[in-house]
Ligand binder design. Structure first.
Ligand code: F6P
Length: 321
C-alpha cells in the first residue's frame, strides 16, 4: 500500500504548481473536516444549530464548523481571490482578492442530515480561474460561471473510508486516506460504465411532486427490474454512480412555484456534473447539459438528472416524447 503514489506526488507530476498548491490545500483542509466528522458525536460540534441556510435547509453545527474551516484556509491562501459557500449568502473575499489566481465554490458538508445516523457525508468544491483583472478585487463575475469554465473540482467523502476525488480536467482520480494520515492513489480513476448496473437513485418519497412523465419513467425502471439505491448525500450518490453506473435524479418539484429544483447549481450540481462528465457520464438538468447552465445567483437551485450515457438518453426519450 505504501508504494502507491501520494496525492502530493501525483499533483507534482500532473499539474501546475499553483493549481497543485490549491488542490493540496483543499485536500488537507477537508481531511481536517473529516476528522471533526469522525469524532463529531463525542464533541460539542453536533446536532442542529437552530439556523437555516440561504436556501432554507436546516444547518447542523458541523456544517458551520466545516464552513469556517474551509473559509479560513481559503481566506488566508495567496492562491484564492474570492470564494462562495453554500452556507453563506454572499461572495467572500480572500486576503489576496486583488492577486489570487483562483476562485472557489464549495458545499462545506453535503448531506449533513445523515450525520445523526452516522451516514456518509462529503465536502464538494469547484475551482475557477479569476476573470477580473489582477490588481482589482474579485467580483461575482468570477464565480457566476458555467461548469465549462471550471479548471478543477472534487469532493472528499467521509464514509467507510475517507476518499478524496478530484479532476483538473483530465480523468477523475481517487485517493484514499491511509492509516498514517496520507492520501494515496486508489489505482485506476473513475469511469462510468455504460451500460452499468441497473440502479436508480431518487428520493421516492417526493414522487408526488414530479411531473407525470418523470413518474412514468421511474415506473418503467421499477417494472424493468432496476434496483433502488439512495444515500441522500449527493456526492455519495454520484460517487456510486461513477463506480457502478445507473441513473441519479433529484427531479423538479412541480408543486412549488419558485423552488423547482432542490440541489444547488454552483455548489453541488456544477462540480459533481463536471466530474461525472469527465468520468464519461452525462450530467443534465433534465433538459440541458448542466455544465452549460450559467448561474444567475449564487444559491440558484436546479433539478438534476445524472447518469450513464444510455440511461440519461432513455430518460430524455421517455420524458420528451
Ligand atoms: O443539498 C442537500 C442534500 O442533502 C443533498 O446532498 C442530497 O442529495 C439531497 O439534499 C437530499 O434531498 P432529499 O431530502 O430531497 O432526498
Amino acid at each position: 500500500m505504501r508504494t502507491r503514489p501520494t496525492l502530493s506526488e501525483h499533483l507534482e507530476a500532473s499539474t501546475s504548481p499553483a493549481l497543485a498548491g490549491l488542490i493540496g490545500l483543499l485536500a488537507r483542509t477537508l481531511l481536517g473536516v473529516g476528522e471533526v466528522v469522525r469524532t463529531g458525536p463525542l464533541a460539542v460540534a453536533r446536532g442542529r444549530s437552530g439556523e437555516t441556510n440561504p436556501t432554507g435547509d436546516v444547518i447542523h453545527r458541523l456544517d458551520l464548523v466545516a464552513h469556517a474551516d474551509v473559509s479560513r484556509a481559503l481566506r488566508e491562501s495567496q492562491l484564492v481571490g474570492c470564494f462562495a459557500s453554500e452556507e453563506e449568502e454572499g461572495l467572500l473575499h480572500g486576503a489576496s482578492t486583488t492577486t489570487g489566481p483562483y476562485c472557489v465554490v464549495f458545499d462545506p458538508l453535503d448531506g449533513s442530515n445523515n450525520l445523526d445516523s452516522n451516514g456518509p457525508v462529503a465536502s464538494i468544491f469547484g475551482v475557477f480561474e479569476r476573470v477580473t483583472p489582477a490588481g482589482t478585487p474579485c467580483s461575482m463575475a468570477d464565480v457566476l460561471r458555467p461548469g465549462t469554465d471550471l479548471v478543477a473540482a472534487g469532493y472528499a467523502v467521509f464514509s467507510a473510508s475517507t476518499q478524496f476525488v478530484f479532476s483538473t480536467g483530465d480523468g477523475v482520480e481517487v485517493f484514499t486516506l491511509d492509516d498514517m494520515g496520507e492520501l494515496r492513489s486508489s489505482g485506476a480513476g473513475l469511469e462510468v460504465p455504460d451500460p452499468g448496473r441497473r440502479i436508480f437513485s431518487v428520493n421516492d418519497g417526493r414522487a408526488h411532486t414530479w411531473a407525470p412523465r418523470v413518474r412514468g419513467y421511474v415506473d418503467t425502471l421499477r417494472e424493468g427490474g432496476y434496483t433502488a439505491r439512495y444515500v441522500g448525500t449527493m456526492a455519495a450518490d454520484v460517487h456510486r454512480l461513477m463506480r457502478h453506473g445507473g441513473i441519479y435524479m433529484h427531479p423538479a418539484n412541480e408543486m412549488a412555484r419558485a423552488r423547482r429544483g432542490k440541489l444547488r447549481l454552483l455548489f453541488e450540481a456544477i462540480p459533481l456534473g463536471y466530474l461525472l462528465e469527465l468520468a464519461g457520464g452525462v450530467a443534465t438538468d433534465g433538459e440541458s447539459p448542466i455544465l452549460q447552465v450559467r448561474p444567475g445567483t449564487l444559491h440558484q437551485q436546479v433539478p438534476v438528472v445524472f447518469g450513464s450515457t444510455g440511461e440519461v438518453a432513455r430518460f430524455m426519450d421517455f420524458t420528451r416524447s
